[in-house]
Design a protein around this ligand. Structure first.
Ligand SMILES: C[S@@+](CC[C@H](N)C(=O)[O-])C[C@H]1O[C@@H](n2cnc3c(N)ncnc32)[C@H](O)[C@@H]1O
Length: 186
């Protein structure tokens, strides 16, 4: 599979951001327990911003969301959606380059929703994500059951462990496999 063919195109962004999706994957239900006001959080592979914009509500006026994607078109959709909801001041968009994510700011929480299976080098990617977490910062990885087998998800979990992340819990997310990790804790 080529590197671009595995990526979910911005042309089908509507499939990721619509009322039915938000009913199935309600951002508040999934993330509300992990994100607090004032935090800096990262939405990796943000797509059209279903989670980024909800995360911006959760971090409040003093918090910040960094929405990251490889597709500039997706980031544009996030900016437009944030502006429509008056949340643009809390969201920064960042395009991933060929050498990796390329951020230096540390975050309290990172989300990788339905995106790790699209990343060609998960090992390098998760190492970089771990380096961006504050001490005891958390990472939630959610993968679609439809595209990611139990075995493949376990491989991702192993890669995350090698990056220094420890499993905290296995939150239930509809139609998905998921694990919550924390940097440097049992
Ligand atoms: C299936 S979509 C999921 C979007 C969003 N997380 C959601 O659940 O609505 C996967 C997204 O990950 C992005 N992506 C793929 N590889 C990436 C990488 N290496 N770094 C950042 N984003 C990536 C794609 O461009 C796409 O927007």
């Amino acid at each position: 599979m080529s590197e671009t063919s595995r990526i979910c195109s911005w042309k089908i962004a509507f499939a990721l951001d619509n009322p039915i999706r938000r009913l199935i994957h309600n951002p508040q239900n999934i993330l509300g327990g992990y994100i607090k006001a004032g935090q800096t959080v990262l939405d990796l592979g943000c797509g059209p911003g279903t989670f980024s914009v909800a995360m911006a509500e959760m971090v409040g006026e003093s918090g910040k969301v960094i929405a990251v994607d490889v597709q500039e078109e997706m980031l544009k959709l996030v900016r437009e959606k944030a502006a429509r909801q008056g949340l643009q001041a809390r969201i920064v968009t960042h395009k991933v380059g060929p050498g990796g994510i390329g951020l230096s700011e540390k975050v309290d929480f990172a989300l990788a929703f339905y995106m790790v299976h699209e990343v060609p080098d998960a090992e390098a990617f998760l190492k970089e994500v771990a380096s961006l977490l504050k001490p005891r910062g958390k990472l939630l990885i959610v993968e679609p059951k439809m595209h990611v087998s139990e075995d493949d998800f376990e491989k991702t979990v192993e890669v995350a462990r090698r990056a220094g992340l420890k499993i905290v819990s296995e939150p239930r997310v509809r139609l998905s496999r998921s694990k919550l990790f924390q940097l440097g804790s049992g």
